[in-house]
Each structure stands twice: as structure tokens, then as C-alpha cells.
Write a protein that binds this ligand. Sequence first.
Ligand code: TXA
Ligand code: MG
Length: 317
Amino acid sequence: MIGKDIDLAIKLLKEGQLVGIPTETVYGLAGNALDENAVTQIFKVKNRPTFDPLIVHTNTIEKVHDFVLGMPEKAHILAKHFWAGALTLLLPKKNIIPDLVTSGSPLVAIRIPNHALTLEVLSRLDFPLAAPSANPFGYISPTTAQHVEAQLGGKISYILDGGSCQLGLESTIVGFEQEQAIVYRKGGISIEAIEKVIGKVEVKAHSSSNPQAPGMLKSHYAPRIPLILGEIGKLIPEYAEEKIGILSFKKYFDGIPTNQQFILSEKGDFGEAAKNLFAAMRTLDQMDIEVILADLLPEQDLGRAINDRLRRAAAKS
Ligand code: TXA
Ligand code: MG
């Protein structure tokens, strides 16, 4: 069931049940992070292997200190600057966080999301929420309550409706090796924005077998219909035999019905493109087409995270 009943969401979470929650990035599938039964349910409902750890969500930096042994200086600076927001920090965990949440890693991924409804829920709970994106493992992340309902509705009791996600891309994951900051997943906060605050960072978000982010399998975020990346204008004649859908950054293409074309941002705005990306992929995936042709954005700002998602979607094809 979808609704805006915060009291009900809180009641269910306190009972150890799972609730779909809105965040500014994507919707999460939330349960009590300190309750192994609830956490086990999360893995089951998502059909997610338990070697892929979960992000822990809370609402204040004070509470973060209840869950982590410490924070490097740069983590402090980033937390102060970007929380509440689309930044997840990998920090050494205290024992209170079950090993199941971190898949046995001594590090916990933690973030304060920026959504009024979810912040209120978190402020009224005496435990943090473990929440992966509320999609079946390997599929496109949900950016509306309806997306969650369509895929997990039968398996969870409630979805708190907070409208469509403002950012539309998952959080940026940052960890630390000695004092050096490392970006393990490109996301809703750009590398440029992070570097303005703490200087140069290293990016290790390419590999499909990255031990720091085991869940970042190459074929994540994938639609069912093959997605081909390249210059759309050149790809169209190559796929002339097939029914084509288009996912383009800025422009429409001749010869394909416009209702089969999705433009992320006609004015070329990265933020607008990010916000539209997953919903467009999802709609295309449900249409009567045989192939999705997509182009990449410039490798800057949020364009980098969008391209990362497009490449992962294409990797399955
Ligand atoms: O924006 C987001 O981060 C959303 C919203 C709901 O907060 N959540 C999200 O969760 O994207 P999920 O589970 O779909 O992606 C979490 C990623 C996975 O790739 C996982 O492997 C990585 O974070 N991760 C989680 N805990 C980790 C840990 N302890 N060490 C390394 N990577 C971790
Ligand atoms: Mg996910």
C-alpha cells in the first residue's frame, strides 16, 4: 500500500517490518538496521545476495558516532558539508551494527538522507535504518513510490510516498585509505563538488569486482530490453530491422516516432537529466520495443554518474 502516513511507517518499522521510504536520491527498502531478522528480510525481498552490504541511514551526526569507531578528518569535513545529502561514507563500524549489514566488512556505509518525511521517521526511531534501493537486485532503481509498488508491492506492507526523488541518482560512496578519500561509487554528489571541499580524490568506481563495493556488479541498473550505447544517429541504420526506442541526452532523432524517444534534458542540464534517467529507462523497458539506443553525456559533473549507470545498463546487453 502507498500512503503518506508517517505514524504507520514508524509503527511497522518498530515491529521489525519493512517499509519503502523516499529519499532525495532513490527510494529505499528500509528496515531496522540493528535487527538481524529485519535485515535478513531486506535481502530476501530484494533477492539480493548477502555478500552485497547495505547502507545505514540515520538523521544526525551525533547518532552516526553511535555506530562508527571514528571518522578521518576528511570524513568530518565531507559530512558537515554534504549531510543531509547524497553522500555515503565508509567508516569503521562499532559492534552494534550487525555483520550481516556490512557483509562481514569492518566498515559500515552510512548516510543522512535529505528528505523531510524520512528525516522525520528517523528522528522518531531509536534505531537506524538499513536501506538498499527498493528495486529487485540488478534492476533499475525506483524514483517514485509507484515504481516501488510495481516491483515490490506484494512483498512489503507499506510504501511512504514522498513524491518523485529530487536527485534521481544513488548517493556517491566515499571511503578512506589512510587519510586519502576514495570515491567507490559515482553518484548524486559530483566529484567536482567533493574536490572543492577536500581537494583531489581518487576514483575507484570502475571495476566490477571492486572489493570495497562488492555490490557494484557491472550489469547493475539494467533494463530487460538490450541497451546499446553510441552515437544514436549512426546506430539507427544499424538497427533498422528492430523496433527502436531512444534514450538521448538532448535531442530527438528523425525517423523514429517521438513517443519512442526519451530526452533527458533538452536544455542539456545534468541535474534534470539525472532526475529523469531511471524513470525514462523504466518506461522504455515497458514499451513494445526491441532495442534501446542511448548516448553518453559529457564526462563532467553529474554526467559522470549518469554515464556510469548507462554503461552498467548496457553491460547486460
Ligand atoms: O542513494 C543511495 O545510496 C540509496 C538510498 C536508498 O539511500 N541506497 C542505495 O543502496 O543505493 P544500494 O544497496 O542499492 O547500494 C549500496 C551500495 C552497494 O553497491 C554496496 O555494495 C555498497 O553500497 N556498500 C554498502 N555497504 C558497504 C560497505 N560496508 N562497504 C563497501 N560497500 C558498501
Ligand atoms: Mg541499488
